[in-house]
Structures are given as C-alpha cells and as structure tokens.
Design a protein around this ligand. Structure first.
Ligand code: SF4
Length: 62
C-alpha cells in the first residue's frame, strides 16, 4: 500500500502523525509521508489516519 498527501488540502492538524507516526510526519506546517510502501504493521493505523483526516487529504494509491 502506498499513500500520498495532497499538500494543498492538508491543514496541518497533525492528526495523521498522532494516529500513525511510522508513516506520517509533520514538516513545518504540513504532513508528509515518510515511507513507501506502508509497512505491514502500520497498514491498519494508516487506514485509520486516512479515514480520520478532516480534510480528506490522504489518498491510498493501491
Ligand atoms: S490529518 Fe490530514 S489535514 Fe491533518 S495533518 Fe494529516 S494530512 Fe494534513
């Protein structure tokens, strides 16, 4: 599984980093994806972060 973040949509709330810190990291005021692909052990929390993102900025790319 791979995830990407729409930088224009991200509001920098940091919820994804809180939910899945192995995959998401705040850089200045937006979140970035720091691993590709998402490690097996982080898939569930990553999907949770996708669901919870208030601006729907995180997309799963397969
Ligand atoms: S949860 Fe969504 S809006 Fe919040 S920092 Fe992560 S990608 Fe950005």
């Amino acid at each position: 599984m791979k995830v990407t973040i729409d930088k224009d949509a991200c509001t920098g709330c940091a919820l994804c980093e809180d939910t899945c810190p192995d995959v998401f990291e705040m850089q200045e005021d937006i979140a970035v994806v720091k691993v590709d692909p998402v490690p097996e052990g982080s898939v569930d929390s990553c999907k949770q972060a996708v669901e919870d993102c208030p601006s729907e900025a995180i997309k799963i790319e397969g």
